[in-house]
Ligand binder design. Structure first.
Ligand code: HMG
Ligand code: NDP
Length: 419
């Protein structure tokens, strides 16, 4: 059937359920029929929501009950200058995945954000670029098992610790890319949690890790007294603020840093290294500690969220992906002037360049702008590079916002650009 009016009427009369439309027609007609139904039920006009530019079929793996698309303005900042081949702060270190200059697409509704990140990136470029490195990589899934008590818990943990190879064989039988890196057991009374960590290469890897862990759980149940209660037991920890991700990492743990000459701070950020350091200490460190914050930064979430929306990452993971500690340090030079050392460390940045939302047409174009669409060579290098570039973007945002605060420009900037 191809008449959206007729299909909408069938939904209204209860002859068809709203999610069954794709069983009777193509994806675009189904979305149109659903839109017509919703328009009539709610007395609305959904013309703009319905005005999307990609075939609805392309979004079949990404959404159910589709009626159209939410359009978020997308801009570009940069270039982001990343010194992947050689460190600018020390010698003889291994290279990073991203190297050179990359334009970074960001999608947001917050005026002044791109201007701010752009300013920070300009300063980083003038300072010779930032270093960025992945220091840990592992996407986690932690099922919870029931045991009778502590004796069975210990028996289960012992078996797991001695049978890593059997667990890896089972888990890796479900994927040609994923590799099981580690299984960390945790016991709480009669519950056993096994935190599986995978190298998921260029995929963010949550489907991959979940499917692989499901397979490994079957052996755990067969070989130990443990009985699976839930494939995710929240020690993973996915889409919740959690200290375990901040400490142990999840996805990519990535750090970026830069040394900015004092005169550049004064010229381009209208303040001094000392003033930025004081703002960082009193705001991002002491203020965050007093607030009981999990992150110790100003607005890393702004860059992470905008990059996630632009490049098709799972937006709910901004919860942990933005978990960042920002440090700023004044480094005195022999001539008596003071440079600014600045860093961000994102503990659990979950990103991919294949799978999930990265395949959607606009998101895939945004990854193309970065030169990072699809799988990397070697596998995993594109997702590593994306993580490093986002980290440098976050560093730029921290620098610019802290400078605006130190020079008392935040309110005026948002009066000018954000209203
Ligand atoms: C707004 C600026 C940058 C002005 O800063 P400025 O130094 O007066 O700007 P400028 O006109 O001299 O330009 C400097 C550079 O900024 C960039 N720039 C400048 N304007 C634009 C523009 N229209 N579009 C794109 N880029 C722009 C651009 O790179 C430019 O260099 P150029 O290319 O000209 O050589 C500065 O005041 C600033 O960064 N303010 C901070 C704003 C900010 O960071 N907002 C973030 C959101 S705040 C928030 O969400 C979280 C919060 C605050 O609640 C968290 C917390 O609690 O801390
Ligand atoms: N299931 C869950 O519990 C959760 C799911 N999600 C959703 O999961 C999705 C992301 O899962 P994810 O596993 O990343 O993606 P997909 O499920 O889209 O799978 C991506 C697949 O791409 C294949 N692939 C091809 N080239 C590469 C490469 N270079 N590197 C890595 N893999 C490659 C892999 O296949 P193969 O494995 O065969 O090698 C991989 O499994 C998102 O849509 C997200 O919203 C989010 C949170 C929880």
């Amino acid at each position: 059937m191809t008449d959206p009016e007729e299909l909408a009427e069938q939904v209204r009369e209860g002859d068809l359920r709203i999610h069954e439309l794709e069983d009777h027609t193509d994806s675009d007609t189904a979305a149109e029929a659903r839109r017509l139904f919703v328009e009539r039920e709610t007395g609305t006009d959904l013309e703009t929501i319905g005005d999307y530019s990609f075939p609805a079929e392309a979004a079949d793996p990404n959404i159910e009950n589709m009626i159209g698309a939410a359009q978020i303005p997308m801009g570009v900042v940069g270039p982001v200058a990343v010194n992947g081949a050689e460190s600018s702060l020390s010698s003889g270190t291994d290279g990073g995945a991203a190297n050179g200059e990359h334009y970074l697409p960001l999608a947001t509704t917050e005026g002044a954000l791109l201007a701010s990140v752009n300013r920070g990136l300009g300063v980083i470029r003038s300072a010779g670029g930032a270093d960025a490195r992945i220091t840990k990589n592992g996407m986690t899934r932690a099922p919870v098992f029931r045991v009778a008590g502590v004796a069975e818990a210990a028996e289960t943990v012992e078996w797991v610790n001695e049978n890593g190879d059997a667990l890896a064989e089972a888990a890796e039988s479900t994927t040609s890319h994923g590799e099981l890196i580690d299984v960390e057991p945790y016991v709480v009374g009669d519950s056993v949690y096994l935190r599986f960590a995978y190298d998921t290469k260029d995929a963010m890897g949550m489907n991959m890790a979940t499917i692989a862990t499901g397979e490994a759980c079957e052996i755990v149940e067969r070989e130990t007294p443990a009985s699976l209660v839930a494939l995710s037991g929240n020690l993973c920890s996915d889409k919740k603020p959690a200290a375990i991700n901040a400490v142990e990492g999840r996805g990519r743990s990535v750090t970026a840093d830069v040394l900015i000459p004092g005169e550049l701070v004064e010229e381009r950020l209208h303040t001094t290294a000392d003033a930025i350091v004081e703002a960082n200490t009193r705001k991002n460190l002491t203020g965050s500690a007093k607030a009981g914050s999990l992150g110790f930064n100003a607005h890393a979430a702004n860059v992470v969220a905008a990059a996630f929306l632009a490049t098709g990452q799972d937006e709910a993971q901004v919860v942990e992906a933005a978990n960042t500690i920002t440090t700023m340090d004044a480094r005195e030079r022999e001539d008596g002037t003071t440079d600014l050392y600045a860093s961000v460390s994102l503990a659990s940045l979950e990103v991919g360049t294949v799978g999930g939302g990265t395949k959607l047409p606009t998101q895939s174009e945004a990854l193309e702008v970065l030169g990072l669409r699809g799988g990397g060579d070697p596998a995993g290098s594109n997702a590593d590079a994306l993580a490093e570039i986002i980290a440098v973007g976050a560093l730029a945002g921290e620098l610019s916002l802290l400078a605006a605060l130190a020079s008392r420009h935040l309110a005026s900037a948002h009066e000018d650009l954000g209203r």
